[in-house]
Design a protein around this ligand. Structure first.
Ligand code: SAM
Ligand code: DTB
Ligand code: SF4
Length: 343
């Protein structure tokens, strides 16, 4: 297939990808896949720029869902102490620190199946406070009702993160307490409320190549692509089903090249989206991360901590950026407008 013609139609990202086409992309010789991904990346994004985002867990642990990868599930034996929702003031202090460290987006995560309506006023204050500091806001709070999505939109929330995590077929092997359709329903509420959608998943859950194809296919055939697509590499946490599985069968760890292929296929099939190289960087070599950036990843989480697990850290990232000649992105919006005007 002529890939450069198939990524877009009439300058609009395609949403009619077939699983066969996506499987063909995964099957390309690595150098061709990377060439194609770089081409798409350069047509739609400023080269050499990577967005820096910071995560904060505003409510940790004790979650009633049973996601097999997650340290925060009640079903896991990870030893994590459950906390209450943080005070708004403490959240805003952490946001100010992230801003000082150069972060452009502040992502707040809560270990909830869904927020309770009584939590919403504090959540709204957090969104408004972080926005007032001039940072973009992202929240991930679990499933939302229509009313909750609208409340967040009115508060000015820029992005809502809600991952499909894996292929529709593999979903019930990973999570039993909610369905793939539940996830899609929340994504639709977020979209309808006018909030930017952030949705991706995890690679290295013991899934097959066909599951990775199905995972990208599910995102790339949404009526509108998520504006942001986080691709996480499983962080194996002791006491979780999947962390323990990996400890018992180390060979099940995702192959680095296969991870890079997943990033490249996400970039090609969702050309305008930010592709976020998310969890898992701490145990990734600099060379693998460099390949991910070449494959089209243009956003990372900075700082020493993700939600509950360790992250690469600002010093390691600054050194890597200097080595690779990468620059922190100022803001994705003017850049997008420029690229679109040039098209
Ligand atoms: N409770 C909310 C939910 O699940 O929608 C928000 C928080 S949840 C921790 C956000 C996402 O982080 C998950 O959907 C999953 O993709 C990712 N994640 C969680 N634990 C992970 C792990 N151990 N390794 C890699 N990614 C992980
Ligand atoms: C996403 O896809 N990855 C981030 C963010 N969205 C919220 C979370 C990663 C969490 C990694 C495991 C942890 O630190 O608990
Ligand atoms: Fe709960 Fe989210 Fe963790 Fe699932 S991923 S157990 S919903 S915090």
């Amino acid at each position: 297939m002529n890939l450069s013609k198939t990524a877009e139609q009439d300058n609009q990202p395609r949403t009619d990808w077939t699983r066969e086409e996506i499987a063909e992309l995964f099957d390309l010789p690595f150098d061709e896949l990377m060439w194609e991904a770089q081409g798409v990346h350069r047509r739609h994004h400023a080269r050499g720029e990577v967005q820096l985002c910071t995560l904060l867990s505003i409510k940790t642990g004790g979650c009633v869902e049973d996601c097999g990868y997650c340290s925060q599930s009640k079903s896991a034996d990870s030893g994590l102490k459950a906390t209450k929702l943080m005070d708004v003031r403490a959240v805003l202090q952490a946001a100010a620190q992230a801003k000082d460290a150069g972060s452009k987006r502040f992502c707040m995560g809560a270990a909830w199946r869904n927020p309770k309506d009584r939590d919403m006023p504090a959540i709204v204050e957090m969104v408004e406070g972080v926005r007032a500091m001039g940072m973009e806001t992202c929240m991930t709070l679990g499933m939302l009702t229509k009313e909750q999505a609208q409340t967040l939109a009115v508060a000015g929330l820029d992005y809502y993160n809600h991952n499909i995590d894996t292929s529709p077929e593999n979903y019930e092997n990973i999570i039993s307490t909610r369905t793939f359709q539940d996830r899609l329903d929340t994504l639709e509420e977020v979209r309808n409320a006018g909030i930017n959608v952030c949705s991706g998943g995890i690679v290295g859950l013991g899934e097959t190549r066909a599951d990775r194809v199905g995972f990208i296919h599910a995102l790339a055939t949404l009526e509108r692509h998520p504006e942001s697509v986080p691709v996480n590499a499983l962080v194996p946490v002791k006491g979780t089903v999947l962390g323990d599985m990996l400890a018992d069968t180390p060979l099940a760890k995702i192959d680095d090249i296969e991870f890079v292929r997943t990033i490249a296929v996400a970039r090609i099939t969702m050309p305008k989206s930010m592709v976020r190289l998310s969890a898992g960087r701490e145990s990734m070599s600099e060379a693998t991360q460099a390949l991910c950036f070449m494959a089209g990843a243009n956003s990372i989480f900075t700082g020493d901590k993700l939600l509950t697990t360790a992250n690469a850290g600002d010093n390691a990232d600054a050194a890597l950026f200097a080595k690779l000649g990468l620059r922190p992105m100022e803001s994705e919006e003017p850049m997008r407008a420029q690229m679109e005007a040039a098209e």
